[in-house]
Write a protein that binds this ligand. Structure first.
Ligand code: SAH
Length: 217
């Protein structure tokens, strides 16, 4: 492991501990940490930001979008409690960094991105790097990806005003969704939703966050 990655992992551990009182997670699972270590963030960062590839902050990826902060990627991944046989849906492929981490933990990852150039770039990168359990689609993620549902986990990497109903429908009973939701005055909360065995959803705000908006087409 090089120094930049070591430092990124140390920052993630520190941030995790510092936010545990509201997230309920004081450490991240070893499998999640191994997945983060296994994916080179530099593979998903534009050339002009390579010197900051392992900084714990978001970076611009063009089209007004960002690659998310490593700590937030790690926390959201951990909150999904992914098992090796799980099928996960991601809304907002962006750079593909979060997708790549999910693909190390789940059986299949379905990812939806509305900006065609970003969707295509990510698809090419997954192919080049040999990720063969990632399925990409260019579409409006508000509608999820019904054909392959229901999903064990759903992760939304852009902030919505409310949980898109289609996504809730496509979540399995017993499944978990992590989504940033916009609150009054522009604040956003990272919200964990779990669907119980009877299909009833329970939601819990965990942490104040800052994401680009989920755009309705
Ligand atoms: N996980 C990504 C985050 C990218 S930012 C990463 O770490 O790189 C959020 C992404 O959501 C952007 O690429 C944006 O284009 C996309 N997005 C916004 N609204 C969307 C929608 N309705 N459907 C699908 N993707 C959407």
């Amino acid at each position: 492991m090089n120094d930049a990655v070591r430092k990124m992992l140390a920052t993630i551990a520190h941030q995790t501990a510092a936010t545990a009182s509201t997230t309920g997670r004081s450490t991240l699972s070893p499998t999640v940490l191994a997945a983060i270590e296994a994916v080179n963030r530099a593979d998903f960062v534009p050339d002009n930001a390579l010197n900051r590839a392992y900084d714990d902050g978001p970076l611009a990826i063009g089209y007004g979008q960002t690659i998310s902060q490593p700590f937030i990627v790690a926390l959201m991944t951990d909150l999904l409690d992914i098992e090796p046989d799980h099928k996960v849906l991601e809304i907002g492929t962006g750079s593909g960094y979060q997708t790549a981490i999910l693909s190390k933990l789940a059986a299949e990852v379905y990812t939806v991105e509305r900006i065609e150039n970003l969707a295509e770039q990510a698809r090419q990168q997954f192919e080049k790097l040999g990720y063969d359990n990632i399925h990409c689609r260019q579409a409006d993620g508000y509608l999820g990806w019904e054909e392959h549902g229901a999903y064990d986990g759903i992760i939304v990497t852009a902030a919505a005003a409310a949980v898109p109903p289609a996504l809730l429908n496509q979540l399995k009973s017993g499944g978990r969704m992590v989504i940033p939701l916009a609150e009054a005055r522009g604040y956003q909360d990272l919200v964990l939703i779990d669907k119980d065995k009877e299909g009833k959803a329970h939601s819990q705000p965990l942490l104040s966050v800052s994401f680009v908006p989920l755009v309705a087409d």
